[in-house]
Ligand binder design. Structure first.
Ligand SMILES: Nc1nc2c(ncn2[C@@H]2O[C@H](COP(=O)(O)OP(=O)(O)OP(=O)(O)O)[C@@H](O)[C@H]2O)c(=O)[nH]1
Ligand SMILES: [Mg+2]
Length: 254
């Protein structure tokens, strides 16, 4: 799954939303469209398209090299849809602790059990654990579902307890703000986006400097420098926070 490929320890990030962001980061680094993380193309209601725990490494040299960057993304089922449809919060907690093995299919009705010899990792190493928790939210929704807020709260408490840094990323900013749709360079100048970010900040109880905005690649056939700038700003911060966490873990385990 994860290999250290440089002097930096590996940074593993975990989601509660959005395969498109993984594709967008790879697209920005590869300087071409990447569609390796399957995204939803039809409206499946509140059901999540991603059902399995999937690790996504990103390759160097524009995706042509064999070496990977020193971070991976773990894609997960979405939180939306209430208790019987969205991911079980216990599964996110188990994933953060490194207990979930690659390819596990999430079951919203019951979390991964210790008895599941095939997918439960009894002895996770630091590389199996999550180093940054990323909460993905759509800036285009009017109100965040109460069940999502509750799940996020539970997950965030566990992340806090484990010392895992947390950030939130608002997607779909192109659909939420007309001024951004016209010129994505205006993103962090947009008043309506600032209001949206303040709402996120309140809802997920994260300070504003831990909340970022992106427009994912969703309909483009080629990359755009301004879209990349927003995506890479998030990536840079994720990698730094992940690095800080891994260093701290290594110091405390000495
Ligand atoms: N306009 C726009 N569309 C987006 C953006 N991000 C994602 N989308 C679209 O939203 C839809 C859902 O995106 P996904 O990345 O599949 O979402 P997901 O959270 O992985 O969904 P599940 O796996 O079903 O939980 C896709 O059709 C994307 O193309 C964005 O920033 N702007
Ligand atoms: Mg998905």
């Amino acid at each position: 799954m994860w290999r250290e490929t440089s002097a930096y320890p590996g940074v593993r990030t975990c989601w509660s939303w959005k395969s498109s962001f993984i594709n967008s980061v790879a697209s920005a680094l590869y300087e071409r469209m990447y569609i390796g993380a399957e995204t939803r193309t039809v409206d499946s209601g509140s059901r999540s398209h991603t059902l399995k725990y999937e690790t996504h490494p990103i390759y160097r040299d524009g995706g042509l090299g064999d070496e990977t960057y020193p971070f991976v993304f773990n894609d997960m089922m979405g939180m939306e849809g209430g208790d019987r449809i969205g991911i079980h919060p216990t599964d996110i907690k188990l994933a953060m602790q490194g207990h979930v093995k690659e390819g596990y299919t999430f079951n919203p009705m019951s979390p991964l059990s210790k008895d599941n010899k095939m997918f439960y990792n009894d002895n996770p190493t630091i590389d199996d654990k999550v180093h940054v928790l990323v909460l993905m939210l759509s800036a285009n929704c009017t109100e965040i579902d109460a069940s999502i807020i509750q799940k996020m709260k539970e997950v965030r408490e566990t992340a806090h307890h484990l010392g895992i840094p947390q950030i939130a990323v608002g997607t779909h900013i192109d659909e939420q703000c007309p001024e951004i749709k016209n010129d994505i360079k205006d993103t962090y100048r947009s008043k309506s986006l600032k209001i949206k970010m303040e709402e996120f900040s309140k809802a997920v109880e994260l300070s504003l400097n831990c909340i970022f905005a992106v427009k994912n690649y969703s309909e483009e056939i080629d990359i755009d420098d301004n879209v990349d700038t927003l995506i890479l700003t998030v990536l840079r911060n994720m990698v730094y926070y992940g690095l800080d966490f891994v260093r701290k873990q290594k110091l405390t385990s000495r």
